[in-house]
Ligand binder design. Structure first.
Ligand SMILES: [Fe+2]
Length: 457
């Protein structure tokens, strides 16, 4: 079974399980609605446990989490169930050797009627007394420390969850003209958490190009890079959260541009460009229609294409300079756009992109923020592949603001292009005095060398 198919059956299962909890909270155990939903949920669980046994679901910060990836996109059906489980201190459910609908019904009834906050240690024994032996639950103190929680919220998995959630946000707007702000808030929180805990891995993730839809990776990448830049200049956590949400939504107006224009292969006509140029103000209108609109998100949606010297678009009278946080999104968004592939142009490698952007400082970009951006990214950003003076190929792991050309690297291929059995780390910054120091010659495109970046990031 392909990973995508597995995820799909897991999602179907989580949806059904959530609906079963909902029905069981409303009706008695043998009500036809409960029995009908029980049948569906049982069938879905059977399908999953044939593939994964035991099948575990974590409950963390308002979402079901499967194999470390938060299922943000199921929030609309699972929210109440997750709240119910959290209120009863349940942190994980595992289904093992699963084979009886009545056992499932007894389990759901037990949880629904369990006293909130009860964290008795013999929960499993209490379940067993109800005839539930093959469904295990663990309590929320499973992640007793922040470190244990962080272990679950790994950057790679949060990023994957964010891409899925971006699809949901985008499709919601296209279908109903409404933005699921609760999901946006949750992703923003998680992205801040991973950027603060593992900035270099996060930057490396923004450089991955294995997700084919730019419109879903772009908001994630812009949010990550914007958060990373903003933590250097903001010391207000609640403003940072609002800013992260605004960065995720900066291009939301694009969801209202027809696919024929948005996904066009080839150069856009003047008329099509005019349509694209409407996306900031379409975003503003969309955001203003929300119940819980944040003015900061409106400002950033309006200003992110205006450029530092206001020579971009849209032209709005009365603005004499951009909001400082719009300047940050402007830089992050331009960097991601230049380093990403588009139907009409090839991506630039990061060092070339930064060189190009340097020429636009003062016009397109705010000089102070651009300086901070380069200091945090380096010239060879984390996750990029470089060729050394020895001919070897290495992956950039970590950059230093005071030695932009001398990152910490991991050497992966020898000069003949063969994979090294035991890749070795080298810190170019600490080579002072070496007779023959390693020097980076250029960045290289990993796909041209047959390297799958995902294997190394
Ligand atoms: Fe935009």
């Amino acid at each position: 079974m392909k990973p995508g198919e597995l995820k799909q059956i897991v999602k179907t299962c989580v949806k059904n399980l959530s609906l079963l909890f909902t029905e069981s909270g409303l009706y008695p155990p043998h009500h036809p609605n409960v029995i009908a939903q029980l049948k569906q949920t049982y069938a879905a669980l059977e399908t999953v446990t044939q593939q994964i046994d035991p099948f575990s679901l974590d409950i963390l910060e308002g979402s079901f989490v499967f194999e470390g990836i938060p299922l943000y996109e199921l929030k609309h059906v699972s929210e109440k169930t997750v709240q119910l489980l959290e209120s009863k201190s349940i942190g994980r459910i595992a289904f093992q050797g699963f084979g009886d609908p009545e056992e499932l019904n007894a389990f759901v009834q037990f949880i629904v009627t369990k006293t909130p906050g009860d964290s008795s240690p013999d929960l499993q024994a209490a379940l067993k007394a109800k005839g539930v032996a093959r469904i295990r639950v663990e309590q929320t103190d499973l992640w007793a420390t922040e470190q244990e929680r962080q272990k679950l919220l790994q950057p790679k998995k949060i990023y994957a969850g964010c891409i899925e959630a971006n699809k949901l946000i985008y499709n919601s707007v296209r279908a109903e003209q409404k933005i699921p702000m609760d999901i946006v808030a949750k992703i923003a929180k998680h992205l801040i958490s991973i950027v603060k805990s593992d900035f270099f891995s996060c930057v490396a993730l923004t450089g991955l190009r294995n997700y084919d839809e730019y419109k879903f990776t772009h908001p994630a990448n812009v949010a990550i890079l914007s958060i990373a830049l903003a933590v250097n200049v903001l010391d207000n956590d609640s403003l940072l959260e609002r800013f992260a949400q605004a960065a995720l939504l900066h291009d939301i107006g694009l969801a209202l541009i027809p696919n024929t224009v948005l996904n066009k292969q080839g150069k856009l006509t003047d008329e099509e460009w005019q349509m694209i140029k409407q996306h900031p103000l379409l975003g503003v209108e969309l955001l203003e229609r929300q119940e819980r609109v944040d003015l900061l998100a409106v400002v950033i949606a309006a200003e992110h294409q205006m450029k530092h010297d206001l020579s971009g678009y849209p032209k709005i009278g009365g603005i004499i300079q951009l909001h400082p946080l719009s300047e940050i999104v402007n830089i992050a968004s331009a960097y991601d756009a230049i380093t990403s592939a588009h139907a009409y142009k090839q991506p630039l490698l990061a060092d070339k992109a930064l060189g190009l952007m340097l020429q636009m400082v003062g016009c397109d970009f705010d000089p102070q923020y651009f300086k901070i951006f380069v200091q945090m990214m380096g010239i060879y950003p984390p996750g990029g592949f470089v060729r050394l003076n020895t001919g070897e190929i290495a992956l950039t792991k970590r950059v230093y603001p005071n030695a932009l050309l001398q990152p910490e690297i991991k050497i992966l291929l020898d000069a003949a292009g063969r994979a090294i059995d035991e890749p070795r780390f080298a810190n170019l910054y600490e080579q002072q005095g070496d007779a023959s120091p390693l020097v980076i010659q250029e960045m290289v495109d990993p796909t041209s060398l047959g390297i799958d970046p995902l294997e190394f990031i």
